[in-house]
Design a protein around this ligand. Structure first.
Ligand code: NAP
Length: 284
């Protein structure tokens, strides 16, 4: 039996339509500011896509480009300027930044209420404590895809492969909040295949092409492939051996066209949430 292919592109498009309507009658136009430091061509493409996505739903975008040799103080000053700008509700520092910069310190300078990537300690703490805050976009998008297949996740075994702060750890917290029994696996996990085989929901975010084989998957499981890897032939692939896995899984995301479009959709969603929670603009 072949798995249901979870169409992230379509689900993200539907979600973006829903987002548009949430602020149509609002007097505040949500604003997202993107800070791009340096000349990394992939980052330029990502930023362009994010700005295009903002425009398509009616979010105002602000862009600050700093040169490759920008200093820590210069980037910090730009973050501070956006922190103080009441038309900016979300701030995103495009990663990676050039190596001479301390990205962790820069991220922590973003005002938590504008931290649409959910990476400040305040927002990480809020996620763990189950308090309101902004959670990272890719885990939120992945949860949305899981729930497009199954609404009630209570009591299900979920295995998250990968424990990064950007994805694995927040994903595990979101699944815990859904009452899943969560296992986080990583490079030191023993018998990883057997661990994965217990999963009703298996989420792979390791950055290793096609590492998850069909015989790692419990028949009927929901498989979410977060990995983005480029093969020698130039093609993109995920962390799951998709062609074989789709004959075992109940539902599975493709790469590309799975999690990727959801990440941008949740960046817009977090910006809209941040705008809703922002104090009313002051007029002087
Ligand atoms: P990361 O920071 O490099 O973390 C990778 C994780 O995978 C680490 O926890 C690592 O374990 C674990 N790992 C590595 N090799 C392993 C192995 N052989 N067995 C088990 N675990 C292993 O990466 P990330 O930022 O979380 O991203 C992961 C992947 O998702 C990448 O391909 C990235 O491009 C993709 N991604 C996609 C999106 C999207 O929008 N679609 C967004 C974010 C990330 P240790 O901690 O033990 O080293």
């Amino acid at each position: 039996m072949s798995a249901h292919i979870i169409d992230g592109k379509q689900i993200a498009a539907d979600f973006r339509e829903d987002l548009k309507s949430t602020f149509q009658n609002s007097t505040t136009q949500p604003g997202l500011a993107v800070i791009l430091v340096g000349d990394d061509p992939a980052s330029h493409v990502y930023v362009r896509n994010k700005i295009k996505a903002c425009e398509a739903v009616g979010i105002h975008s602000f862009e600050a480009r700093l040169p490759e040799n920008a200093t820590q103080d210069e980037v910090a000053a730009q973050i501070q300027a956006f922190n103080n700008d009441e038309n900016v509700h979300g701030i995103l520092l495009q990663l990676p930044v050039p190596k001479h910069l301390d990205s962790d310190a820069l991220i922590q300078m973003i005002a938590p209420e504008k931290d649409v990537d959910g990476l400040t300690l305040t927002n990480i703490g809020a996620l763990v404590a189950g308090l309101p805050g902004l959670a990272p976009c890719t885990p939120k998008g992945s949860l949305h895809l899981i729930k497009s297949v199954k609404k009630d996740l209570s009591g299900l075994n979920a295995v998250v492969l990968g424990r990064s702060l950007l994805f694995g750890k927040p994903m595990a917290q979101l699944l815990l909040a859904e009452n899943c029994t969560v296992t986080t696996a990583h490079s030191r996990t023993k018998n990883i295949k057997d661990v994965c085989k217990q999963a009703d929901i298996l989420i792979a975010a390791v950055g290793r092409p096609q590492m998850v084989k069909a015989d790692w998957i419990k028949p009927g499981a929901i498989v979410i492939d977060v990995g983005i890897n480029r093969l020698d032939n130039g093609k993109l692939c995920g962390d799951v051996d998709f062609d074989a896995a789709k004959d075992v899984a109940g539902a599975i995301t493709p790469v590309p066209g799975g999690v990727g479009p959801m990440t941008i959709a949740y960046l817009l969603s977090n910006t809209i949430d941040a705008a809703k929670n922002a104090p009313s603009p002051t007029h002087t």
